[in-house]
Design a protein. Structure first.
Length: 398
C-alpha cells in the first residue's frame, strides 16, 4: 500500500478552517498532502509584466504561500533529496496550482516563488513571448542560457520548455521582484537516487559475449528514474559520471556481475566489464538518436537501446568503481571519450598522470577487438585531455 505523508501547513493554531482544502501531490510513489487556502490560487492576467509579477508575489505573501515551501522542504529533508530531485517536486506542486496548458507564465511564477522560499537565489527574465526562470549556480553545465550579475552566475532552469526556439530571441529584461529568503546556489550533483515506491519495475535482459561465452543479465529498472532525468542538462564529467543508480538497478546488476567475476583477476574482470558495456547496447551518436548532445547517467544508459561513447564510459566507470574501486582517469580525444584504470599490475599501453600509470580500457565498440591496455589505431597518435581523475580513499599502490 502506498504510504501517505501528511505535511500540513499550520496557518492557524486551531487547525483547518473554512476556505482550506486538502491537496495531494504524487511524487516518487508518495502522496504528499498539503492544506492550502483558496487565496493561493491567483487570478491570472493574460500578459505577465513586471507589475503582475509583483502583484503575484504580494498575493501569495498575503496568503502565506511560503508555508507550502516550508512543508515540502520538510519532505526534502526527510528524503535527503538533492537539488535536482527537489526541483522535480517543485514542478509538480506548481503544476497543481497552474498547469502549463492553463498559463505557462503563472506555472513558472509558482516555481519561482517556491524555489525562492526554499532558499535558492532565483530571478526571472522576460520579453513579450517568454518568461525564463533562472537560479544561481556555480557549477559547469552546457547548452543552457545564463547571465552574470553582481559576480553571480544564473542559469536557465526552464529552457527545455522552449527548446532551440529560445536561443534566437532570448528574453533579456530581468524582472525587478526579488525573494529575499533566496541566497543558496543550485547544484546539479546527484548524491543518491530517491527510494521510489512503485510497482512499475520492469526487467530488461542485457546480453554480451566474453572469451567465446554468452552471458545474459537481468536488470530491474524503474521508469520513473528515466523521467527524473528527462530534462537533466549536459553537466561536467565529474558530475554525471558519479550519478548513482537506483536501489533496484544496483541490486539487480552489481551482484550479478560480481558473481561472474569471483574467480577473475582485476585485469580479467576489467576486460569482462569492457565487453559488457561494448556489446549490451547498440552504438549511435546523440545527434542521430536524440537530435542533440546528451550525457546519460550510468542507469539511463541501461534504459536506452542505443548509446554513444561518453554514455558507455560513464557506465564502465561506475561499474569499475562499484566493483573494484580502482583509480581511474577519463580521457577526452577529438570526438571520443574513454577511460583508463590504474591496475595493481599495469597492462598494455599506459597513460602516466600525476605519477600514476593507467591502462587504457575501451568501453565502446571499435573496428578492432581491443583488450586491456590497447587503444584503437585511429586514436593512437591523437592528442587527448584528462578531464576527470578518480582516486579512492586509502589507495596506495602506484
Amino acid at each position: 500500500m502506498k504510504r501517505v505523508i501528511q505535511l500540513f501547513i499550520l496557518l492557524f493554531s486551531a487547525g483547518l478552517v473554512s476556505g482550506h482544502e486538502m491537496v495531494n501531490i504524487e511524487y516518487l510513489g508518495d502522496t504528499i498532502t498539503l492544506s492550502v487556502r483558496k487565496e493561493m490560487y491567483v487570478k491570472m492576467a493574460e500578459v505577465i509584466t513586471d507589475q503582475e509579477v509583483s502583484l503575484f508575489q504580494q498575493q501569495l505573501d498575503d496568503a502565506q504561500f511560503n508555508q507550502c515551501a516550508y512543508a515540502i522542504l520538510k519532505y526534502r529533508d526527510e528524503k535527503k533529496l538533492d537539488d535536482w530531485m527537489y526541483y522535480q517536486l517543485i514542478r509538480r506542486v506548481a503544476y497543481h496550482f497552474c498547469p502549463k496548458s492553463t498559463h505557462y507564465g503563472y506555472y513558472t511564477l509558482y516555481k519561482w516563488y517556491l524555489m525562492g522560499h526554499s532558499g535558492y537565489e532565483t530571478t526571472l527574465s522576460m520579453n513579450e513571448e517568454q518568461l525564463l526562470f533562472y537560479v544561481k549556480c556555480t557549477e559547469n553545465v552546457y547548452g543552457i542560457p545564463f547571465f552574470s550579475r553582481d559576480e553571480k552566475r544564473f542559469i536557465c532552469l526552464n529552457m527545455h520548455d522552449f527548446g532551440h526556439e529560445l536561443l534566437p530571441n532570448l528574453a533579456t529584461h530581468e524582472v525587478s521582484a526579488r525573494i529575499k529568503e533566496g541566497q543558496k546556489a543550485f547544484s546539479y550533483k546527484i548524491q543518491q537516487i530517491p527510494n521510489i515506491k512503485s510497482a512499475d519495475i520492469v526487467e530488461k535482459e542485457l546480453s554480451f559475449s566474453h572469451l567465446g561465452k554468452t552471458y545474459r543479465i537481468q536488470v530491474k529498472l524503474n521508469p520513473q528514474v528515466k523521467t527524473l532525468f528527462r530534462n537533466y542538462p549536459v553537466a561536467d564529467f565529474e558530475t554525471y559520471f558519479n550519478i548513482p543508480m537506483s536501489e533496484s538497478a544496483h541490486a539487480s546488476l552489481i551482484p550479478a556481475l560480481k558473481q561472474h567475476l569471483l574467480l577473475k583477476k582485476e585485469s580479467e574482470g576489467i576486460d569482462f566489464l569492457m565487453h559488457f558495456t561494448r556489446q549490451s547496447f547498440v552504438y549511435q551518436n546523440d545527434q542521430d538518436y536524440f537530435g542533440k548532445e546528451r550525457r546519460l547517467s550510468p542507469e539511463q544508459t541501461l534504459f536506452y537501446e542505443n548509446s554513444d561513447c561518453d554514455d558507455r564510459a560513464a557506465l564502465f566507470y561506475y561499474l569499475v568503481k562499484e566493483i573494484y574501486n580502482l583509480p581511474m582517469i577519463v580521457l577526452l580525444y577529438p570526438g571520443h571519450v574513454t577511460v583508463a584504470v590504474e591496475l595493481p599490475h599495469p597492462k598494455g599501453r599506459t597513460i602516466s598522470f600525476k605519477g600514476r600509470d593507467y591502462s587504457i580500457c575501451e568501453p565502446t565498440p571499435q573496428s578492432e577487438e581491443l583488450g586491456v591496455g590497447q587503444i584503437s589505431k585511429h586514436l593512437k597518435h591523437k592528442p587527448f585531455e584528462v578531464v576527470y581523475e578518480y582516486l579512492p580513499d586509502g589507495v596506495c599502490f602506484k
